[in-house]
Design a protein around this ligand. Structure first.
Ligand SMILES: [Zn+2]
Length: 217
């Protein structure tokens, strides 16, 4: 596997037991690693990765599909959290396997693609102009279009593993060179977004697989 990315970056897969990244002030943990499994009848079984960021604010990145409702409630409870404790919910893009449970969090700040809202109030922002939406000095939501027209990732600085990027479907999984283009609405834009992610993140949490580490040559 050789591509533009692999000329300058190496990616190293992490295991399920390496899917939590403690940090100050924010820690990141994967509640569910997404998957995408082709079936013999031509369909796919797929679910999006669900990630929880805890610290001064509690931030959920992607909610899985509607079928994940009970799993999500239990996973939060296991962390001592009720849905009302989640301050910010980010939907990395509007596909059903990523934003299937937004209704569990009616009082959270909601960032779905380039839309930022609180209740029925939509807040102007510059995501569409390529600018990050800053949550605080450690966490920001960054535009990364390509898979759809309005993808965002969440960048968390200062974990034990460095900068963690919760990337939605910007990356399908580690070593996804043979698969991401087929699912992309704009491969040129996504290539740019992917390179920027590989340049700036130490760990990437992809939309349909386990986290991976990025080594820059
Ligand atoms: Zn998607």
């Amino acid at each position: 596997m050789m591509g533009t990315d692999s000329d300058h970056f190496q990616t190293v897969p992490l295991s399920e037991s390496q899917s939590s990244f403690s940090g100050q002030p924010y820690s990141v943990s994967v509640l569910k690693a997404g998957y995408c499994v082709p079936q013999s009848d031509g369909t796919f079984r797929a679910d999006g990765t669900i990630t929880l960021i805890t610290g001064p604010k509690t931030i959920l990145v992607d909610t899985g599909g509607p079928w994940d409702r009970d799993f999500l409630l239990k996973s939060l409870k296991d962390k001592g959290l009720e849905p009302g404790d989640v301050n910010v919910v980010v939907g990395t893009h509007g596909h059903s396997d990523h934003v299937g449970n937004l209704t569990l969090f009616p009082s959270a700040v909601m960032i779905v693609g380039y839309d930022v809202s609180e209740g029925d109030t939509y807040r102007p922002n510059k995501l569409g102009d390529g600018h990050a939406f800053i949550i605080d000095e450690h966490v920001s939501v960054v535009p990364c279009p390509g898979h759809t027209g309005q993808d965002v990732s969440v960048r968390v600085k200062g974990t034990s593993a460095g900068t963690v990027l919760v990337a939605g479907d910007l990356f399908e999984c580690c070593s996804d060179e043979d698969s991401w283009r087929d699912l992309s609405m704009n491969t040129a834009a996504q290539e740019v977004s992917r390179l920027e992610a590989l340049r700036t993140a130490d760990v990437i949490i992809p939309g349909h697989g386990l986290p991976f580490r990025v080594l820059r040559n």
